[in-house]
Ligand binder design. Structure first.
Ligand SMILES: Cc1cc2nc3c(=O)[nH]c(=O)nc-3n(C[C@H](O)[C@H](O)[C@H](O)COP(=O)(O)OP(=O)(O)OC[C@H]3O[C@@H](n4cnc5c(N)ncnc54)[C@H](O)[C@@H]3O)c2cc1C
Length: 416
């Protein structure tokens, strides 16, 4: 029998993980991306392998804080006013998903993705010879007000009920672990399971290199059209190469995936949840673990290239110019808990990336309902690094007819 072949659009963490697991299942693979592997959103994330983050990203707490945040263009979440009408359907769907019964089922679906995150990562990083990129140190969340710490009690209880216990600490215990932490920090807690990688771009590139060593092909091109007839995708139009015939197709195009799904007649609510980072090679701060801080939605992670401050959420569409003040704001907020943090200097870099966000904080993983030879892996929002390898395994299982270890119905493409 001829070896099956799959074309994968997108060489971010989701696409390369899918390619790697499909190869393990006996497929020949071709990855197509207009950028080199790992240079889209997967380039600049906070590096968190945050498998215990089971609480939906969009939750009642976010909506409660939203009015205040919206008035502050450098706050943890912002919507550019001119973009608000376009984001409205997504924001309304996200609001509906904060109802208690939806929060419960979304949390359960996110928890289902967690158990094999670390082993799926290990499978790919070990095969690529880069297992050392993963650091098995728990991320510490810091609080400088008892009210913030008490406010997270519900989240800790929810996580515990799903098997993720969040150990808690006094401020002094936090400083024993990480002496760089400010005296103003009064509490800390582990997230219940959250490691980190030292270089997210390297993670993707090393998996991509292994895919190529195993006979996979990577094509640098832009997919402009997905052609289909009689319920099957037949070929792609590539900007440089022209017509590219396909056998099976997997769409892992990050924040652009809905544009491709739409060509097959599938409507997906996807927004670019734009996040920023600042990397300080000369931070003046030494950390052995990643830190998060109750006042913001981001992390300070010690990486190969320096201390990376990454996070926040901006709704402004795919194409709006970055607002670098948001990257600078990350420095200001982390300076409060890391008093030794040096000012940004000439070596400091700033970056903006587009998280592929769905309004129910769940990814799309599964077959197309319109084309029998198309599968989807996108919409991982704030959790794409974490869920990338597991998504790749699940898609390869679906494509080879292996029954999944979890219920995949919450991730179906026709739920929007
Ligand atoms: C500031 C920030 C911090 C984050 N922190 C974390 C974290 O700590 N932990 C975590 O788990 N997640 C984190 N994330 C989220 C995570 O980075 C994303 O969810 C993840 O990178 C998405 O991966 P992807 O492969 O879907 O998308 P991408 O990495 O964007 O890859 C998609 C690729 O598709 C290509 N593409 C799209 N359309 C086409 C087309 N038509 N033709 C050709 N190529 C195309 C793009 O060029 C791109 O390379 C963070 C994100 C940000 C922005």
């Amino acid at each position: 029998m001829a070896q099956p072949h799959a074309t994968i659009i997108g060489a971010g963490i989701i696409g390369v993980s899918t390619a790697a697991f499909l190869q393990r299942a006996g497929y020949r693979v071709t990855l197509i991306d207009r950028l080199p592997p790992g240079e889209g959103c997967s380039f600049g994330n906070a590096g968190g392998v945050a498998f215990a983050e089971i609480m939906p990203t969009m939750n009642p707490g976010v909506y409660r804080k939203l009015p205040g945040w919206l008035l502050d263009p450098s706050g943890p979440l912002t919507i550019r006013w001119s973009y608000l009408p376009k984001a409205l359907p997504w924001l309304m769907a996200a609001a509906r998903n904060t109802l208690p019964h939806r929060m419960k089922s979304i949390t359960a679906a996110r928890a289902d993705l967690a158990p094999r995150v670390v082993s799926d990562f290990e499978t790919l990083l070990k095969a690529a010879g880069h297992h050392s990129l993963m650091v098995y140190q728990d991320t510490l969340k810091l609080y400088d007000m008892p009210a913030q710490f008490n406010g997270d009690a519900h989240e800790r209880a929810m996580k515990k009920s799903h098997g993720f216990e969040c150990q808690t600490f006094t401020g002094d215990e936090c400083r024993e672990m990480e002496p760089a932490i400010a005296k103003t920090v009064v509490h800390g807690a582990f997230h219940g399971g959250w490691y980190f990688v030292k270089n997210p771009e390297r993670v993707v590139k090393s998996i991509a290199e292994q895919v190529v060593r195993n006979g996979g092909e990577i094509i640098a091109d832009d997919v402009s059209v997905v052609h289909s007839t009689d319920g099957k995708a037949t070929s792609l139009s590539l900007k440089q190469r022209g017509e590219f015939p396909i056998d099976r197709l997997v769409v892992c195009a990050g924040a652009y995936s809905h544009l491709l799904a739409r060509q097959l007649g599938e409507r997906v609510l996807l927004e670019a949840e734009r996040g920023y980072h600042m990397v300080l090679p000369n931070s003046g701060v030494s950390l052995s673990r990643s830190l998060t801080y109750a006042r913001t939605t981001g992390a300070a992670t010690p990486m190969d290239m320096g201390l990376r401050l990454a996070g926040t959420d901006e709704f402004a569409g795919l194409d709006a110019a970055p607002n670098w003040a948001r990257a600078d704001a990350l420095w200001k907020v982390f300076k409060r808990i890391l008093p030794g943090l040096n000012e940004p200097d000439a070596a400091t870099t700033r970056w903006m990336g587009r998280r592929p966000g769905t309004p129910d904080s769940l990814p799309v993983i599964g077959p197309s309902k319109r084309a029998s030879n198309v599968w989807y892996g996108f919409g991982h929002g704030h959790m794409g690094l974490t869920w990338g390898p597991t998504t790749g395994r699940l898609i390869s299982e679906l494509m080879t007819g292996i029954k999944s270890n979890i219920d995949l119905s919450p991730f179906r493409v026709d739920r929007f």
